[in-house]
Design a protein. Sequence first.
Lengths: 309, 797
Amino acid sequence: MFGTTLNKSWLMSLWCMAFALGPGTSGAEGILVVKSQNSPPINQSLEGFRGVWREPVREVDLRGKADSKEVVNSIRDVRPDIVVAFGPQAAEASRGSVGEVPLLFVMVANPAKRGLEGRNIGGISLNIPAIMQFTNYTNVVRNLKKLGVIFDEKKTGDMIKEAKAEAARIGIELIGVSVSSQRAVGDALKTLLEQKIDALWMVPDETVVTPASFQFLQRETSRNKLPLLAAAEIFVEKGALASLSVDYGDMGRQAGEIASQIIKDRKSTEGLKTVSPAKLNLAINLETSRHLGELVNQDAVNSASRTYP
Amino acid sequence: MNAPQSQAPPARPRVRLSLKWQVIAFMCLLVLAVAFTLSWYFLQQSSFILTGKFQAKARLLAETLAHSAESELFNMELYQTAPEEVEEHLGVFIDSLFKERSVIRVLIADKYGAVVSDRSQPGFGETQNEIMHRATEHAFSLVTNVVAESIHYETAGNEDLFLIAVPVLLENQGQLGSVRIIFSLANTQADIRKSLLTGASLALAIVALGIVLAFIFGQRALAPIQGIADAASKIAGGDLAQRVEVKRQDEIGVLAHAFNHMAGSLGQMTHGLEEKVGQRTEELRRVNAELLRATQHKSDFVANMSHELRTPLNAVIGFSEVLREQMFGPLNAKQEEYVTDILTSGQHLLSLINDILDLSKVEAGKMELELGVFDLRKLLENSLIMVKERAMSHGIQISLDIGDGIGLMEADERRLKQVMFNLLSNAVKFTPDKGRVGIGARIVGNMVEISVSDTGIGMSKEDKPKLFGEFQQLHTGLTDKPEGTGLGLSLTKRFIELHGGEIRVDSALGKGSTFTFSLPFKSMSSQLILPAVQEPVLWRLPDNLSSATPKILVIEDDPKAADIFRIYLSEAGYIVELAADGAEGLRKVREWSPDAIILDVLMPNVDGWEFLNLLKADPATKDLPVVIASVTDQKGKGFAMGAADYLIKPVQKDELIKKLGALHLGGASRPRKILIVDDDPETVERVSASLEPEGFQVLKAYGGEQGVELAHKEKPDLIILDLLMPGTNGFDVMERLQSSTQTNSMPVVLFTVKQLTAEDKQRLKGVDAFAAKQAFERGNLIGIVNQVLNRDSGEGI
């Protein structure tokens, strides 16, 4: 009888321990959050993430430095099921440290160029697909048929090529003029204007888009009453007609759902891939809109997420 | 007249701070003020400029960095450039910033405030985190497009830091981020300190230079003035040869020239004045000498004239008195009248001579007061008596109003009597019949004011100025011709002024006059005080005298005067011998052994002084009493040489006999006569019985009338008078005795039972002592009698 009781107790203890150390914990907190810095966009995104994943997470703040050592130590200590990296520095720092642990990056532009590719790597890119841009811009600019773009073949040639194809799918002719230096931007614009484009599409091309060239572009497009579709909201603030930007909070939510799924699927990274943001914010400059008049769809203006000034 | 004393030059005022030092001090203060003000201003400006320069440089650096960071932050915003790339791209520029020594930390942040780059100089970093945090917050609160204001904090190590925050803007709009630079102010502050030190040193150098220049200027510019001041001081001290060396050709040179010129002129003027003063002084000396000689001549003349006038006057008065007293047979009425006229005229002339002599003495400054203590109240009372008879004859009322406190005082009693007599005589003379004359006396402070007022004719304003002039007499209209010598008021004024008093007159024509004079008054003790005049030596009778009748030797060169003396003395019961000069006098002293000598002074051969000297030198004769009788008044000399008494010729008989009587010559052969006047025979006998054993010769009168008669006839040495008598009572007796010149000087002891009232005392003026009958004691009375007799021995007009 005593031996029977003892056996039962021993089994019960083991069961409790197994339960305590059950799947999903394996002695760790589950998710290790690495953020590039303590900035508002990242915090918004993290807040969105926590809105979905309500379990406690371990946070590491890299304070702007891609210091992998700290990530490594944290991974060793925490042994997470998944590492969620907010921002490019966090993603880069985590990339070489996660090993087999799934890495989910959030708010990273051009992740492929940063080497964020792999079986257990995926996330939400900051890049907004061209088709999404064109689709939204056709709502903003009336009769948008010809869309001009100035680019550097070496830096964004591939992207433009893809974008052309995407634009053609929705009936937009994407006319591009390649430049190799900022000095050629003026002639490129002139060329595009001669081709009677309906709007000028700004892409984040380092050769083309500088503070000085933007000023030129904004001035010339305004003078020619040509809608300027910007690459970032800051340009809308400066006078461009419209821009599309990501919703950081929604990105975080999106990341939370992905992380939850991965953990639910017992760390299976089959579904882990690079995706685009689910939600976009449209910013409109009202002054520019008024200046362009009938060229702008007022409904789009009214539905804009943010307006300037 | 004394020459004015020369005055010593006034003492040079003490110079507390010379002009030179005043100027130097002023200039130094001015330099200090200017240097300080300018230094402070320039140092302030320097500090301001240095600080401004620093801030401008800081701003330039920050703005340059912000401009450089614009494209990097733009790329970071647009292309998500890694912060490391940004820092790497900006690193070169940031490193170049640290070449500026004062830059200790550079921080670049994105538009969210996230740090993109944070670099520090070695040693700086963590300590400024809090500052950076506060500055960041502040910078974010600023409006874009505006460079952040600099914020200044002090660290715990008291190191001053300077923080500047500049927004990084996209084409001056749209904030991409911010740039913050922390500067250390140590270098700037060091530069400021260095500038301050340089400025302060410069200021000090300027001040020092200014002080030196001030000193040099003060010395050069004002030394000549000091020289002029010194020269002026020496000139003031009497050295008129002082001159100032002139080197300057400015205002000071002009001053020095003018000073020298003035000093020269002063010297010449002084020299001229000195010569003139010398001449004038010599002239004055000569004039003074002449005046002195003239004065001496006048005094000698007056003395000689006095002698020449007195000598015949002596005979005129003396013989007319002798005739009037009918010593050589009766006179008829006419003869008596003429003799009286001769006597009166002689006495008037004598009075004139005396006055002139007195006036001469006063003018010569040789009049000496014979100060003594006497009862002023009594003197004033006696003064009234002097004029009472004449006043009563004209129906003029006389009054006496003496205030409280009037009693013994010290003055020349004889002169004061003379003054009172003069004023009262004038008052009576110038008051018509039925008028009033009054004497008033009161104490005012430390003076006694005595007034003689009358209801007479008064005088006009024009007459007042010449009132006290010599030989001035006002015509009254009351008499046919002016009376008196015309010197009375002049002498009165001088006598009063000699006492230290003054006299004034209040008068109006037709409204009477009041003469008021003041004398220093100091209340003396009430005890009986002997007169201060030199006491005649009490003589001891020579031992070899045996004769009962005293022998008097008269040494007189004037036969007439000698004859008069002989008559007076013989009539008085003396044995008389004459000597014509001092030599004969000496011989007769040895041969005849007189009991006393009447000695003239001005005699040929051996004069009176020589005689007296020889007499005193001989032990056998030195104790012989000598009464000098001279026309000159040299009492002091006479008493000093041992004279027993001194009489001024012409000598009144009574006066002579009295003086001789006081010598107590011949022991009991010349007893003192005391007259007792009392209606009670018992009292008379009792008093007589008390006196006779004492050697007194007692005369008895049993009534007032008899008493007056006996007084005139027997001329007693003292009268003991009862008051309450039928008929002529004691008051009447006193009144009649006082009204007669023959009896008014007789001492009277009142012997009565009556308690005297104030009014009684007023009426009994002239009584010398009082003895109460009811408290009669023989010893007391004898004492009073002796006291009065002894006190009276020195008195005389």
